[in-house]
Design a protein around this ligand. Structure first.
Ligand SMILES: *Cc1c(COP(=O)(O)O)cnc(C)c1O
Length: 200
């Protein structure tokens, strides 16, 4: 059911193992898998407000609790908001809709200071548009921390929103969990490939 060819291509492009790539039905679909795999009712998910409009919808659906609103990513405030019920922190950088970016060193320091059972999801939807050299480098942080996962997609910079393909870059435990909660045959890419093959 996995789009193996696409997964392998992404892995080669990013320089990761193929097992670290989870392709899904858009990145919001992959985020839903991440929250399903990590959260139970009464757990908390921390994100900036305002940030991507799907986060509060998902968090309510998964029974986790959004914390108090603030503008942009005040990383110290995010860190202080973590409690023992927190399972996930989402950092959208550059942030949608404010466009605010975060620097790699500050985020790295913040990640180092949170407990390792908290998953830090870095949503890199607009990373292709950034040219600040000190901007968050998701792949570097992923390689440095076992509790970091990246969310990427083809919808924006590649102009392929209708294809509905996104993916997570995840370490083995999470990658396995994501496969378990994946929507069966949910990836449009797989269906397109099958359709292309069966029609020759
Ligand atoms: C558009 C957007 C998404 C959703 O991307 P899809 O691949 O279309 O699901 C996720 N995160 C951010 C920050 C976005 O702007």
């Amino acid at each position: 059911m996995g789009p193996v060819e696409l997964r392998n291509w992404i892995a080669v492009t990013l320089g990761t193992a193929a097992e670290q790539i989870n392709v899904g039905p858009r990145s919001v679909g992959v985020l839903q898998q991440i929250l399903a795999a990590t959260c139970e009712p009464n757990n908390e998910v921390i994100f900036a407000r305002r940030s991507f409009e799907a986060y509060p919808i998902f968090v309510t659906l998964t029974g986790a609790v959004p914390l108090s609103p603030y503008e942009g990513h005040d990383l110290a405030a995010v860190r202080d908001a973590f409690t023992e019920r927190t399972r996930v922190g989402i950092v959208c950088s550059p942030n949608n809709p404010t466009g605010a970016t975060d620097d790699n060193e500050s985020l790295s320091t913040s990640i180092a200071s949170v407990p390792s059972y908290i998953l830090v999801v870095i949503d890199e939807d607009y990373v292709e548009y950034v040219d600040e050299v000190d901007h968050v480098n998701g792949i570097t942080l992923f390689r440095s921390y076992p509790n970091v996962c990246l969310l990427r997609k083809f919808s924006k910079a590649h102009g392929l929103a209708a294809l509905r393909v996104g993916y997570a870059v995840a370490h083995p435990n999470l990658a396995n969990a994501l496969r378990k909660v994946a929507l069966p045959a949910g990836c449009a890419w797989t269906r397109i490939r099958h359709a292309a093959q069966s029609s020759g």
